[in-house]
Design a protein around this ligand. Structure first.
Ligand code: ADP
Length: 452
């Protein structure tokens, strides 16, 4: 086992990893930018190193500074968290080349799945269904128009290097296509440094269903059931739950088996997520694989009683999976709400500033993963996630009632938060009935403002 783990991240996920390390008896190193000096992850780690100025490219994305921080503190492993360098193959390779263990898959596995067009091809080869679309990359708008005519409109142009909902543009018809194609390419180049794109048919009312997988160095890959992340805004997740109200045991076995097949094919090691779209008729299609721990991992933890972050660390140290489950052992129902410092009534505009009062909810089955406290300043440089509220109940109804109770007693003052909006969603008849898809919020704009 390792002795000391450096966490190449900030915010709630850095704290989450520190907790897992402490339970395993491992020392920890926090890294921080000048904007995060007062952060809790710095306070709770055994050692800390300032790695640069606030913009992420000068600190959390600076590979050589992170390696230097590990070397001077004697860390023998690095956990990347999510975001920042978590899915950067070069980072994983450089960490290993420096004789430090990277807690995650190999650089090669990250690259194989990071190119979404290549991952689609691999899925196709393994007979895992993919959304109808271009077989590979699409070179120019003219070639794209031909593919689009074949698969039928609407279509979505997607960045091969995409992530976080960026570099995606929908074209409703032929007239829109050339413009959407150009915009997707531009956005992809700006966000990912690559303007490679591919095409998919744009499904009108899909649900987002993803499978948590975990593999070890001994050739085993298992899945830990699905999460439903259909409540989204601009292709970004806001609320997640497990199990999915739309997935029965037969479908769970089918999708789970498809996810395990894909991960096994590349000898996947560590925690990963295979994302699918579930169509209204029950067909499912592979979308992409994320090769890291995800923001929404706690809903799976609550329903399986399994600590995914501790398991990531154990597996990286060469230990076999501590048990193998494939879709069994789910108990009860879990829901997660992402609380952001944003104003839903103003197009989710970020609201950085000082948290003047803070009191988290509690009670049975309520978990809050957060890095904020009274007096904390939310910096403007990073994403605006303040906290994740996760609840667990014996039934979905109990989980829903718990989430309403938890949100309504969550006090955060000084910054505008998405709590009132989330609380309205928890009472919306369609959400209560489990009848949502990725377009749910577009159809219910009153949820954003609270005005009927
Ligand atoms: P990212 O990697 O940026 O998160 P994904 O490929 O995971 O992008 O897609 C994010 C979301 O975009 C999905 O959850 C879904 O809401 C929407 N989406 C992506 N592809 C399609 C499609 N072919 N049809 C309908 N919606 C899609």
């Amino acid at each position: 086992m390792f002795k000391k783990v450096l966490i190449a991240n900030r915010g709630e996920i850095a704290l989450r990893v520190i907790r897992a390390c402490k339970e395993l008896g491992l020392a920890t190193v926090a890294v921080y930018s000048e904007a995060d000096r007062e952060s809790l992850h710095v306070r709770f780690a055994d050692d800390d190193v300032c790695i640069g100025r606030p913009p992420a490219r000068d600190s959390y994305l600076n590979i050589s500074r992170l390696i230097a921080a590990a070397e001077i503190t004697g860390a023998d492993a690095i956990h990347p968290g999510y975001g920042f360098l978590a899915e950067n193959g070069e980072f994983a390779d450089t960490v290993r080349a420096s004789n430090i263990t990277f807690i995650g898959p190999t650089g090669e596995q990250i690259r194989q799945m990071g190119d979404k067009a290549a991952a689609r091809k691999l899925a196709h080869k393994l007979k895992v269904p993919t959304v109808p679309g271009s077989p590979g990359l699409v070179a120019d708008a003219d070639a794209g128009l031909k593919v689009a005519a074949k698969i039928g409109y609407p279509v979505i142009v997607k960045a091969a290097a995409g992530g976080g909902g960026k570099g995606m543009r929908v074209a409703a018809d032929e007239d829109q296509f050339t413009q959407s194609f150009g915009l997707a390419k531009q956005e992809a180049l700006a966000a990912f440094g690559s303007d490679e794109v591919y095409l998919e048919k744009y499904l009108s009312r899909p649900r987002h269903v993803e499978i948590q997988v975990m593999g070890d160095n001994h050739g085993r890959v298992m899945h830990l059931c699905e999460r439903d992340c259909s409540v989204q805004r601009r292709h970004q997740k806001l609320i997640e739950e497990a199990p999915s109200p739309a997935v029965d045991q037969t479908l769970r076995e089918d999708v789970g088996e498809a996810a395990v097949r894909l991960a096994s094919e590349i000898g996947y090691v560590g925690a990963g997520t295979v994302e699918f779209l579930l169509d209204e008729d029950g067909s499912f299609y592979f979308m992409e694989m994320n090769t890291r721990i995800q923001v929404e991992h706690p809903v799976t933890e609550m329903c399986t009683n399994f600590d995914l972050v501790k398991e990531q660390i154990r597996v990286a140290a060469g230990e076999p999976l501590s048990f193998v489950m494939n879709g069994q052992r789910l108990r009860g129902h879990a829901i997660e709400c992402r609380v952001n410092a944003e104003d839903p009534a103003r197009n989710f505009q970020p609201s950085p500033g000082v948290v003047t009062a803070y009191h988290p909810p509690g009670g049975p089955g309520v978990r809050v993963d957060t890095h904020i406290y009274a007096g904390y300043t939310v910096p403007p440089f990073y994403d605006s996630l303040l906290a994740k509220v996760i609840v667990h109940g014996n039934s979905r109804d109990e989980a829903l009632a718990r989430m309403r109770q938890a949100l309504d007693s969550f006090i955060i003052e000084g910054v505008t938060t998405t709590i009132p909006f989330l609380s309205r969603v928890m009472r919306h008849p369609d959400f209560v009935a489990g009848r949502v898809d990725t377009k749910f919020l577009e159809r219910a704009p009153q949820l954003l403002t609270g005005q009927e």
